[in-house]
Design a protein around this ligand. Structure first.
Ligand code: C2O
Ligand code: CU
Length: 493
């Protein structure tokens, strides 16, 4: 299709050959304000729906090693879903049933975890708790009803740091047909990174030993929808809705559109916010998401680079490092769009109540093994392989006080349920937002409120989404509505 060239400009030339109207002013497609092909280089392919029922989405997913191109001329043998990096976009409507026929053609066992989805434990994708690992050559059928609109993602839960680092992740968009944010041009923007050596071969997931683990290994190539700095053609002044996912195994992103631009954040991990907020930057720890409206503004024909600024996630995370370029936006010469004000968004969110909540204290800790002196993360000093689960009753509300005593930040993720984050006064942070992954900055404390439903008993894990940290001990489980003693520590996760 597109002839790739090593030169950025030629990529745009190639696009122009494909879509001659790109920079010249044609607006097509029903209510789109963008030129034809504006997103052709960046848009994620979707998994084809094999089921004619409009409320059932049925797809095939195969995990396998495949060669993918992450930049013109730069290919890598990655671990993929359906040969794609990232995996196919799964797009459903809220309330749909999703059926995934999954086949593992990797050399090792794996699973799929549906990050952020409030689904039954049998579908949660954690070996040892919710299903057996899917062995090489094996299959598993995931089948569940999707309960909440929002932007989610999927990834394995076996040797997570290695497998996610090798490329196994994809976006999961749950739309609400009744929602109208007033913007018709939208994109899913999945941010990640990949570690390659000089030969372009996947870097060992153990690089740097236990010190590498303690920091959280970051890949040396930053990717946006699987590409290094892909381009987008935009009409100046026309709003776009971006659902942004941080699927990197350790890296934080701090999105910056440059001078004169702000983000209108309309949603987070679990759907729309109570009301939208304007922000100069969007900071996402590993695993977090944001739903934002952006309005690129620049002279027709000029370029705008979306960057990630350095974010201090602890010792060694900002020294001798630079901002990263993420997306290259070329402004088409369609006349500037004068956007009418966007509709005001409101979402009714009923907060949980902290009164009477069970108090749970969790200290995120970093220690060293007394014999081999290797670093080891833990919760209250105990790594997951020795931990006792947090016990919870069906329907119970818990107030988690999470204190991070370590020199690095930890985006804490709970499977299967949403958190509300509380402020210093113990009140829910406004606008209210459902979170499944909450950054606990180094040397700080956060209070999180969680209410466990009464119909989804199970062993639900929670862990740092810097996946090296999870593998290094920072993981435990909530044993919900089950008697004590049923907990079995995982051999691998
Ligand atoms: Cu994306 Cu166990 O998590
Ligand atoms: Cu961590």
């Amino acid at each position: 299709m597109i002839e790739r060239s090593t030169d950025q400009l030629c990529r745009i030339c190639a696009l122009l050959v494909m879509f001659p109207g790109l920079l010249s002013g044609q607006v097509v497609k029903n209510d789109s304000l963008q030129p034809i092909g504006w997103d052709v280089e960046i848009r994620l392919p979707e998994a084809p729906d094999l089921n004619p029922d409009p409320t059932v989405v049925e797809i095939e997913m195969e995990a396998r090693v495949a060669t993918v191109e992450i930049a013109p001329g730069l290919t890598v043998k990655a671990w993929t879903y359906n040969g794609l990096l990232p995996g196919p976009l799964v797009r459903v409507n809220v309330g749909d049933r999703l059926i995934v026929h999954f086949t593992n053609n990797l050399p090792t066992s794996t699973t799929i975890h549906w990050h952020g989805l409030r689904i039954p434990i049998e579908m949660d994708g954690v070996p040892g708790y919710s299903q057996p690992p899917v062995e090489p050559g094996g299959t598993f059928t995931y089948d569940f009803v999707v309960p909440d609109a929002g932007i989610y993602w999927y990834h394995p839960h076996v040797m997570s740091a290695a497998q996610v680092g090798f490329g196994l992740y994809g976006a999961f968009l749950v739309e609400d047909p009744n929602e109208n944010v007033g913007v018709s041009d939208d994109l899913v923007v999945l941010l990640s990174d990949i570690g390659l050596d000089d030969e372009g071969v996947l870097e060992s997931p153990d690089s740097g030993g236990s010190t590498g683990m303690a920091f959280g290994r970051e890949g040396n190539h930053v990717l946006v929808n699987g590409k290094k700095m892909p381009s987008l053609i935009a009409r100046s002044g026309a709003p776009q809705r971006w659902r942004v996912i941080n699927a990197a195994k350790s890296r934080y992103f701090k999105l910056d559109m440059g001078e004169g631009h702000r983000f209108t954040k309309i949603g987070g991990d679990g759907g729309l916010l109570e009301y939208s907020v304007e922000q100069d930057f969007i900071v996402l720890g590993a695993g977090e998401r944001a739903d934002v409206i952006v309005v690129p503004k620049a002279e027709p024909g000029s370029q705008l680079i979306v960057k990630s600024q350095l974010h201090n996630r602890g010792y060694g995370s900002i020294e001798l490092r630079n901002n990263e370029d993420l997306i290259d936006i070329t402004m088409s010469d369609i006349p500037v769009y004068e956007s009418p004000p966007l509709p005001e968004l409101r979402r009714q969110i009923e907060p949980f109540h902290a009164e009477g909540a069970t108090q749970i204290k969790l200290e995120l800790t970093l220690g060293q093994d007394q014999y081999d002196k290797k670093f080891e993360y833990g919760i209250n000093g105990i790594p997951f392989w020795e931990a006792k689960p947090v016990m919870a009753k069906l329907g119970e509300t818990q107030l988690w006080t999470v204190e991070n005593t370590t020199p690095w930040s930890h985006p804490l993720h709970l499977h299967g349920f949403f958190f509300l984050v509380l402020d210093e006064n113990g009140q829910p942070v406004r606008p209210l937002e459902w979170k499944d992954t909450v950054d606990i900055p180094f040397k700080e404390t956060r209070q999180l409120l969680v209410q466990f439903d009464d119909d989804r008993p199970g062993t639900w894990i929670f862990h740092c989404h810097i996946l090296d940290h999870a593998d290094g001990g920072l993981l435990n489980a909530v044993q919900l509505g089950l008697p004590e003693g049923m907990f079995k520590p995982m051999s691998s996760h």
